[in-house]
Design a protein around this ligand. Structure first.
Ligand code: UDX
Length: 421
């Protein structure tokens, strides 16, 4: 079928390349001229494992083209996916201005009854409100994305589920048929439930993660090993082993935004979601807890202390630094006078001095913080690190490194929730 994807970002490019891989003819609308130029030249403006290959396959098969005009992209499409940004507004609720502008544009340009799929994460109730306003002109369907950055291509090709929210049966059938090439459970529901599935999933995962981070802090104080604790917890099939790794808190373009948006939605719905508010507060506290530990490790004062940081991306496998806990911690350390040098295999930040490699980032450092769990950091020669550092402290926020290798190099090792590692 003919598919349009409006928005060539982290989600849109995976959706477009994935749909082309399934045999559909895909036209991407991208408004940013610089990004469009990159895409037309066959270059990817983002780092996402496996995406370049999928894009090349689609282009080589003549099933993937890029357009500066949304109407050019969508005018011949059977289905148009909106993969547009919905960043948090001033009150935390999502800013829908881009989505609403494109919906208005398409409502005027496309044939009556054209199917437009909202893949962007929009506040609960949005799609239903838009569908009513556009009745007779566009048929709106909800199809939230569950793509994790760093594994987005795999998540598209092997999804746990495809959620389709619709109040128009035919339109839902058309959208469901696009995914037939995937062996996936298709869950059909109404527009509003589809939106709440997305927020509910991310809100729950953020809660799960924040709970584990709190347990890690307790483990540090009571002398338990958090990795044994989460392994033991994860053996309960009601909990499961995934998504239990303690760290500096959650970042990225979704959890921080979606938890705040869900709080705004619940407030507007007349329900004070105190549990989720406590998760948001606890996630912020996790960074203060870590900065407090670092301050203590450096004698109680961070002024002029040089700190090496391994990782600035919000997590391994991506170059995305949006809401990165590493950079938030770096900013807090710098506000107390610390000097930060960071290294990351893919991501780059203008907020800290970026060193060319992990050893250079550790040069002259009194303390080294492992902030993002890039596997590359595990193979760095720690004796070389010890030779260039001015201090000996390594603080591993991701429990990534082998404590014995660190200690054998003459360094001290502290992690999250592993006081006896
Ligand atoms: C998330 C959801 O997983 C995905 O379904 C949704 O579509 C988009 O938001 P993403 O933000 O890419 O995906 O990253 P994810 O892998 O979920 O991690 C979110 C945050 O939690 C990251 O900061 C990550 O470092 C952190 N995390 C995750 C941990 O600290 N420990 C874990 O065990 C898992």
């Amino acid at each position: 079928m003919d598919v349009a994807v409006i928005g060539g970002g982290y989600v849109g490019l995976v959706q477009a390349a994935g749909m082309a891989h399934l045999g559909h003819r895909v036209r991407v609308g991208e408004a940013d001229p610089a990004k469009l130029e990159e895409l037309e030249a066959g270059r990817l403006p983002i780092y996402e494992k496996g995406l370049a290959e999928l894009m090349d396959e689609g282009r080589a098969g003549g099933r993937l083209t890029f357009h500066g005009s949304n109407v050019d992209a969508a005018s011949t499409a059977d289905v148009t996916f909106l993969c547009l940004p919905t960043p948090p507004g001033v009150d935390g609720a999502a800013d829908l201005s881009v989505v609403e502008a494109v919906v208005r544009e398409l409502a005027h340009a496309l044939e009556a009854g054209s199917i437009v799929v909202i893949k962007s994460t929009v506040p609960v109730g949005t799609t239903s409100r838009l569908a009513k306003r556009l009745a007779g002109r566009l048929r709106l369907v909800g199809n939230p994305e569950f793509l994790r950055e760093g594994s987005a291509v795999t998540d598209f090709l092997r999804p746990d589920r495809v959620v389709i929210g619709a109040d128009d049966e035919d339109a839902a059938e058309v959208v469901a048929s696009l995914y037939e090439g995937l062996d996936a459970r298709v869950l059909r529901t109404d527009l509003t439930s589809a939106e709440l599935i997305k927020y509910g999933a991310n809100g729950y995962l953020a809660t799960r993660l924040t709970f584990v981070n709190a347990l890690a802090n307790i483990a540090d104080s009571v002398g338990a090993d958090i990795l044994d604790v989460v392994e033991g917890m994860g053996l309960d099939p009601r909990i499961g082993p995934h998504f239990l790794r303690p760290g500096p808190g959650y970042g990225g373009s979704c959890f921080p935004k979606d938890t705040i948006a869900l709080l705004a939605t619940s407030r507007q719905a007349g329900y004070e979601f105190t549990l989720l508010q406590s998760v948001v507060d606890a996630d912020r506290s996790q960074r203060h807890w870590i900065v407090g530990n670092i301050r203590r490790m450096l004698g109680g004062d961070l002024a002029d202390k040089r700190i090496g940081m391994w990782g600035v991306a919000f997590k391994a496998g991506t170059d995305d630094i949006r809401e990165s806990p590493a950079l938030k911690i770096a900013s807090m350390l710098r506000s107390e006078g610390a000097v930060i040098a960071a290294s990351d295999p893919e991501a780059h930040s203008l907020d800290v001095e970026m060193a060319p490699d992990p050893i250079a980032a550790a040069k002259g450092a009194e303390l080294l913080v492992v902030a993002t769990e890039w596997p590359e950091f595990r193979s760095v020669d720690m004796t070389e690190v010890a030779a260039v550092m001015s201090g000996t402290a390594v603080y591993d926020l991701r429990n990534l490194l082998d404590p014995a290798r660190v200690r054998n190099a003459g360094l001290t090792y502290q992690a999250l929730g592993r006081p006896h590692a």
